[in-house]
Structures are given as C-alpha cells and as structure tokens.
Design a protein. Structure first.
Length: 280
C-alpha cells in the first residue's frame, strides 16, 4: 500500500427529505470522522458514475431510494462492475439492493419473515387477514406502500408488487451490523412512531434471529440493518433486510455507542480499501 491516503468517493444526497429523520446530519457527521483516515469527496448519486474512476473505492450511504433515479443507478452499477470499481456495500447483496424478491424467496424457504406473495391468486398461501399491505417490488422508504382490504386484491396487477397480511405487532426493532459483527439495536416502543427510536438490549435469541439473515446474504463487507417486528406472541418476523444504504439512526445512540460504531465502520472500510490497493 502506498504512503498516500486512500481516496473515497462518498455518495449521499444531502438534500433528501426523509420522514422523521435527517439523513444529511448523519452523513455530515460520518464524513467528518472518516476524513481523519481517508481523502474523502462527497457527491450526489446522480454524479457517482462520472466521478468514481478517480477513487480507490465508492461508499454508498444515504443516497435515497433508487426508485427515483433507477436508470442512473443501473448505469452506475453496470459501470462499477465493468471497471472493477470497489463499491461499499459490495454490489453482490441479495436483499433490498436487488429489490424485494428476497422476501418471496425467504418466505418459500421457511425463514421467519412476514409471509409474502406477488400475485393476488396466491393470497390463500398467506395467513388470513382483514387487510393486506401492498408495496412495489422495487420500492423503498415506504414509497408506494398501501393497505387494502382483501376484497380489493383481485384487481391488482401481478408481478411488480408484493402482498403481505397486515401484521399486528408490539413494536419494531432493528439490528445493525458492520461486516458480520453486531453493533447495536434500536426499537420503536410505539408502533405509530416508527422513527422515535430508543436503544434496545438484544438477547441471544434476538441475535440468533438477526444473524440468520446476515449469514444468508453473505455480503462479506458493509453495513446491514435487519428490520423486524415483534408479534403479540413474542416471535420476531423479518420486515426488511437493508443492504444498500441503510439509515443508521446514530442520533438515537449514547455517544459511546456511536463512537464504537464509527470505529467499526472505519476499520471495515480500511480493510475493504486495502483489498483494492494490495497487489493481486
């Protein structure tokens, strides 16, 4: 590795408006910490493909839902894969990075997920419910999500949507990992206030649940967030596995826990970039 510091292109949309949280604050904070270890430049996701050749790695963080710029994101992915550009998270993710097909796959494989189908005629495979959640396969950040009664399912177009029973739950909880290492957990005690988060003391059983999905995704490097809901009978069910640009809610952590995450993130990035700079 040369004496020069690694050069990172940090992809973020600082102007993205998210309900209940300020993405820009998180990335301003992380970028300020990473500059202690890397030469860092921030860019908008629409500019990443044009700029990435001058950097040792590209870090995709709070870049917003790609549904709003799908063509440009697909071009970025294609260029990165064609040129061998190292992207963090790596582009091999099988979860939200690739759409919502994984919820169908995990349902079929018997994983503890909210049961999911993609055709109205298959709704009999789901637990009976008065209402169903319908969302686009390529959706994110609740874009396009709607709740419909069972009587309206027959009129839905098949193929580009997911259908799930509306599940009653006690609370939602998220488990955050860097590479394969658990970092912290946060939960929303009030189901009506999804982004009013508090630290959550994860049990051994909780972590066993979350690690099943981390192991399944086999990403190797990167940040992943396992979103789950706690059912009234105490079970956890997967809601989403965020492996593209998961928001981290660092503002909800005590300072010591936030610092520990930044340390783990920095170490992971250092190992990742070292792989780019080391001889093959």
């Amino acid at each position: 590795m040369s004496a020069a510091r690694p050069r990172l292109l940090y992809v973020t949309d600082l102007a993205y408006q998210a309900r209940g949280r300020r993405y820009c604050d998180e990335d301003i904070h992380l970028a300020s910490r990473l500059r202690d270890h890397f030469d860092l430049a921030l860019c908008h996701p629409l500019d990443a493909a044009a700029l990435m050749d001058g950097f040792d790695a590209v870090v995709v963080r709070n870049s917003g839902p790609v549904l709003g710029y799908q063509r440009e994101y697909d071009a970025f992915r294609a260029r990165a894969l064609a040129t061998g550009t190292r992207v963090y998270n790596p582009l091999t993710g099988k979860a939200d990075m690739a759409g919502k097909q994984y919820l169908l796959d995990l349902t079929a494989a018997g994983y503890p997920v909210i049961p999911t189908v993609d055709r109205a005629e298959d709704v009999d495979r789901l637990p009976a419910a008065e209402q169903y959640v319908v969302k686009p396969k390529l959706g994110a950040d609740s874009l396009g999500l709607r709740v419909v009664p069972g009587s309206r399912l027959a009129g839905l177009a098949a193929g580009d949507i997911l259908i799930q029973p509306r599940v009653d739950f006690a609370y939602e909880v998220s488990f955050y990992f860097v590479d394969d290492d658990f970092q912290y957990a946060l939960y929303a005690p009030d189901p009506e206030r999804r982004w009013e988060l508090k630290p959550y003391a994860a049990t051994a059983a909780d972590l066993e649940f979350a690690r099943r999905f981390i192991d399944w995704n086999d990403l190797g490097h990167g940040i992943q967030r396992v979103d789950a809901c706690r059912t009234p009978d105490g079970d956890l069910l997967l809601v989403e596995l965020e492996d593209l640009n998961p928001y981290l809610s660092l503002e909800a952590l005590p300072e010591e826990a936030g610092d520990a995450f930044v340390t783990a993130f920095t170490a992971s990035l250092s190992r990742f970039v070292q792989g780019a700079l080391s001889p093959a």
